[in-house]
Design a protein around this ligand. Structure first.
Ligand SMILES: [Zn+2]
Ligand SMILES: [Zn+2]
Ligand SMILES: [Zn+2]
Ligand SMILES: [Zn+2]
Length: 241
């Protein structure tokens, strides 16, 4: 009789303890698993409580003679020894394929972990950059405001100077008008005063005012003025890299 487990030829025997049935060779080799067979009854069909003899490749399940005409009708069913032989034929290539796929997933995990680290760094960098922009804008704002203050002060000073010089010039003019028709040379010279110094003073004031006006650039594009130092700082840094 051909043994359905090992494919060898021999008389069937049955183990008294676990009721496993097979050729003499299989009975001897099952001894290691006998306790397991007694406990879990792998060799008996759960549906029909009959000794299994075949394997269904549609359900990946051991079958008994009743299964074949019942639940597994028309399924791809092979005797156990053939099923084992077929599976053994594929097992090495499956092991190798799984190794390749395990490596693929492992490197995917490594790649993703690196990406995560990279993204975390980027988030930090965005934070830092934003902070840098803020600090730079705040500094520039302070400088602009300081300049504004200075300009206000200068304008104030010039305005005060004008207010001081104006009555002095009017006085000088009035004086000149009043002495213009004086016929007496002594009186004329004693009343006359030189207008040159006051005119020079006014000329100086006027020139200063013109210089100040040239220096004023504020008010053109405040956004650009606030961001310019940062952009320049950044491009300088990039150049030096
Ligand atoms: Zn056998
Ligand atoms: Zn046994
Ligand atoms: Zn069955
Ligand atoms: Zn089946």
């Amino acid at each position: 009789m051909k043994c359905i487990f090992c494919g060898g030829v021999g008389k069937y025997e049955q183990c008294e303890k676990c009721l496993f049935k097979g050729c003499q060779k299989c009975i001897v080799s099952h001894k290691d698993s006998c306790i397991l067979f007694m406990k879990d009854k792998f060799h008996f069909c759960k549906d029909h409580n009959k000794h299994v003899d075949k394997y269904c490749f549609d359900c990946f399940h051991l079958t008994c003679e009743k299964c074949v005409v019942g639940n597994h009708l028309k399924h791809n069913i092979l005797p156990i020894c053939e099923a084992v032989h077929n599976i053994h034929g594929d097992i090495q290539s499956s092991i190798e394929e799984l190794k390749i796929r395990i490596d693929q997933e492992q490197s995917a995990i490594n790649y993703d972990t690196n990406k995560q680290t990279e993204y975390k760094l980027l988030v930090k960098q965005i934070d830092l950059e934003e902070q840098k922009i803020q600090e730079c804008v705040t500094r520039t704002k302070a400088t602009l405001l300081h300049n504004m203050e200075r300009l206000q002060l200068t304008v104030d000073e010039k305005c005060t100077a004008s207010k001081v010089i104006l009555p002095a010039m009017r006085q000088a003019r009035t004086t000149l008008q009043s002495v213009k028709h004086e016929k007496n040379a002594i009186i004329f010279l004693s009343r006359w005063s030189n207008p040159k110094s006051i005119i020079e003073k006014q000329e100086l004031l006027k020139k200063e005012r013109e210089e100040d006006d040239k220096a004023v650039v504020i008010g053109s594009d405040i956004t650009r003025q606030l961001l310019d130092p940062f952009i320049r700082y950044n491009s300088n840094n990039q150049d030096s890299k």
